[in-house]
Design a protein around this ligand. Structure first.
Ligand SMILES: Cc1ncc(COP(=O)(O)O)c(C=O)c1O
Length: 396
């Protein structure tokens, strides 16, 4: 019966790698996943920074059920008033600086990056972008153009031309960019897939200055860092630099698929003029998804889940001491535990699974183990997880 389900998965669904983990999840609740054999796993990655308030929070489930019973899809984005969408947009805008006052909802992070890139081209009348080496902004062709890594992008070229790559925190590289040609800069404050590497405030300030001087838009990809993951609602709050466009995804939908790009209304109006319908989507801001996202944001705020994030980071750092742990990168509950190499990480992930822990690695930091649990993880769960990680490392 179980192997039949696995076979169905392997035979009927397109695969992303030759050897998927294929853990057969049948239930998720709070900080745990349950497999078909009744095994329980502490979720140390939260669906890659999606399930920030844990799985199946009753408030989110209730919001989904209530909205599904009212109406689901009725009309494409932007043509009808749908209260769940507009209320969620208002709720988000109320949490953001003055210039981030207008939300465009889409269905995924990649789509949101793509929309932000289109918006940037319209606003600036320019076409070239700056992105960081070893950044991941999504798999569709716009975001893929922002990927420096040839291994992943070469097979799909030609992509969008004229993307300039700079290494994270390389201030001297910034000066060699032809700024007068640049439409926008896409950057993460914590570069997730490079192993949760922090962009320095100095570097971000230099990018902000160049954008101001040359009429380029600064775009922060907060798809992974958003919604409390790094210890504040959004990571840009910690560096005190406000972007022109904020891109959200992952936890935005409270476990449902959603992306958004958020900018000033004056900028956003370019998408509705010459041509009208400059950016359209059928499902963007789907009412059930918007209701889920709004409920999740309410939980994040009303249960004050963000204020304990730094202490939880500290606890992970205190408990994860072992000769095989070479460094711990990241901020808040967005951590990358550096081991010797890819093989050590893979072995550790497998051993952790045997010990009831679910983890993962990084696209551009294959020597790092991902720790990005739901923010609801308790101190006891952190201590227990760390004990099991250390025991997995001892067995390696
Ligand atoms: C930083 C970042 N940007 C963009 C994306 C793309 O989001 P999605 O997978 O929803 O298209 C991801 C996904 O992992 C991401 O981590």
């Amino acid at each position: 019966m179980h192997s039949f389900a696995r076979q169905t998965f392997l035979e009927n669904m397109a695969q992303t790698s030759p050897n998927p983990l294929a853990l057969h999840v049948v239930r998720a609740e709070g900080n745990y996943l349950f497999d078909v054999d009744g095994n329980k796993y502490l979720d140390l990655i939260a669906g890659i920074s999606v399930c920030n308030i844990g799985h199946q929070h009753p408030a989110v489930v209730q919001a989904v059920q209530a909205q599904a019973a009212e109406f689901m899809h009725v009309m494409v984005y932007g043509e009808t008033v749908q209260t769940p969408q507009s209320n969620y947009a208002k709720q988000l805008v109320q949490c953001l600086p003055e210039n981030l006052n207008c939300c465009y909802f889409v269905n995924s992070g990649a789509e949101a990056i793509d929309g932000a890139m289109k918006l940037t081209k319209r606003v600036t009348g320019k076409t070239q972008f700056v992105a960081l080496t070893d950044a991941y902004h999504g798999s569709t062709q716009g975001p893929l153009s922002l990927m420096s890594n040839d291994y992943y992008s070469q097979a799909y070229r030609p992509l969008l031309p004229s993307v300039h790559f700079v290494n994270q925190n390389d201030l001297s590289a910034i000066d060699s960019i032809p700024w007068s040609e640049i439409a926008g800069v896409v950057v993460e404050i914590v570069q997730a897939e490079r192993g949760d590497q922090l962009s320095s405030r100095e570097f971000l300030q230099a990018l902000r200055r160049k954008c101001d001087q040359h009429c380029c838009l600064l775009i922060f990809d907060e798809i992974q860092t958003g919604f409390g993951r790094t210890g504040t609602l959004f990571a840009f709050e910690q560096v005190g630099i406000v972007p022109d466009v904020l891109v959200l995804g992952k936890a935005l939908g409270g476990g449902m698929p959603m992306g958004a790009f958020i900018a000033d209304r004056a900028l956003m109006s370019t998408l509705s003029n010459q041509p009208i319908l400059g950016h359209i989507t059928t499902f963007g801001g789907h009412p059930v998804v918007a209701a889920a996202g709004a409920a999740a944001l309410n939980v994040l705020q009303s249960e004050d889940l963000i204020s304990a994030v730094f202490d939880k980071e500290k606890l992970f750092r205190q408990c994860l001491k072992h000769p095989k742990i070479l460094a711990i990168h990241g901020r808040g509950l967005m951590l990358a535990v550096q081991l010797a190499d890819f093989d050590s990480v893979q072995l550790c992930i497998q051993k952790m699974l045997d010990k009831g822990l679910f983890s993962d690695w990084f696209l551009f930091a294959p020597n790092c183990l991902r720790i990005s649990p739901p923010l609801t993880i308790s101190n006891q769960e952190i201590e227990s997880a760390c004990r099991r990680i250390l025991s997995a490392l001892k067995e390696n």
